[in-house]
Design a protein around this ligand. Sequence first.
Ligand code: ATP
Ligand code: MG
Length: 574
Amino acid sequence: MRMSELFAPTLREVPAEAEIASHKLLLRAGYMRKLAGGIYTYLPLAIRVLQKIEAIIREEMDRAGAQELLMPIVQPRELWEKTGRWDVYGEEMFRLQDRHKREFCLGPTHEELITSIVAQEIRSYRQLPVALYQIQNKYRDEIRPRFGLMRAREFIMKDAYSFHRNEESLDEYYRRMYEAYARVFARVGLSARPVEADSGAIGGNISHEFMALAPSGEAEIAYCTNCDYAANVERAEALPPPAGGESEAQPLEAVDTPDKHTVEEVAAFLGVEPQQLIKTMLYLADGEPIAVLVRGDHEVNEVKVANLLGATNLTLADPDTIRRITGAPVGFAGPIGLKEEIPFYADHAVMAVERGVVGGNKKDTHLINLDPKRDLEPLGVKAADLRLVVEGDSCPRCREGKLQLARGIEVGQVFKLGTKYSEAIGAVYLDEEGKTQTMVMGCYGIGVSRTMAAAIEQNHDEFGICWPVAIAPYQVLIVPINWQDEESRAACEKLYAELEARGIEVLLDDRNERAGVKFKDADLIGIPLRVTIGSKTLAQNAVEIKVRKGGKMELVGIDEAAGWLENWLREAQT
Ligand code: ATP
Ligand code: MG
């Protein structure tokens, strides 16, 4: 391809909303353009990258025994009502009506649809297991579309689904998919780490996410420095602290804490440690008020709370609800003396606090000397793991190592779904004895467009993108110093033809631009190998080759150049 013909409009200035490298660079380097919030056109360079990622995914899915199909994006409401997700999906679902006022959605995912197809077509245990996948646009009206392709409203996903006779068959296939995922990301050139994940609203109980580690990642993961435990912080378990010393309990006492609001302010004012404070957080769980207690230096893990309650919707209580339940303004809630009896949950660490301090349900008032056993147990408090882990917590697996935190981009997720969808939709089969059984399911997603963005997050520098070889839009870029110079032009054309003949994807910068401009663009668009040809190199009968990642330069004889490049590319991919 010749640069003079390539449709890749570069930008000098990117909009301020582009905060992270991949968002900025995809716009600047002419890979994509925005249509509306979270909705983008992929330009020719991006399509080539996406197609390479998709080709790797297809190979690995096929190798794992999954078969490709393509389902409709537009899906009828009735199907989603069978599983209750027409309501559960809420505002994240794009909905539309046809001319007869029938309701549809744009598929955010395809569990319902694939399960209904399999339910109709598969009858016998002999037809199981079966695994099916597709690569297609997905639609989610995200609350905060941002970071370009990272959290888009229209994005490309590979979604696969497997159907089994029993849990053992699912377990075996889940393992296979997990390994296929590890291979996909390694081949793409990403450093991605599998972590234990919460399975969230999708259902099921076992799930892993593949996280591309990057400071710009929206997800936080906790990992052990001693063993291979790693989990999304939504999921990461906190061990209960060791039992406290049996110090003599003191009587509860109300004290004035005028104008002291934060944990630090109250602790300093009372002369106690922040760990002695207990925060009382009021939530609405599917509309019902509940209280969650965590230690002053900890934060509530809302995913754990929602899971414990089996709630689909957990939100912090509004000021009116708080006033009604506590009889006090926001900021003074405590477990003792509430105006309404509501369910109470306490994180394990709260139950080990000695001489605790809680809100007094009265403006500028706290209670001191709280003894959780004496004062909370009679209220029917339930203790559970309800907090976010913090750096330095003991590892819940090996118990010896300490947890560290890191940020990651979720590029894929695999789930064991069990029978949630097959039961709701009636995906059953006849076993050897002719008895009806419910199929057991797994599902497996990869964010294809997000993977492209994640590859940039992990592979860029101040000048632009440094594509991993396997997914670069072109492998080699030839840059003549002066396109008007006959001799240079002839040398470029010769090498260009030679590389094409060898099946190498090559770009030739045949524009009448200054060399400096061409070099800048070369760095920006990120082709792995740049070949510079000019009168100086030609005087030595050579070309200059620059490896984009790392910037290594080498002078190579003009007749050896094509072979050198081909070798380098082959080695880079093994
Ligand atoms: P997240 O937690 O980031 O919202 P999710 O758990 O909702 O993701 P899944 O339903 O597991 O996502 O979808 C499979 C894959 O699709 C994800 O692992 C991710 O790579 C990708 N993905 C999900 N939402 C988006 C989005 N809004 N934009 C781009 N890719 C996405
Ligand atoms: Mg997920």
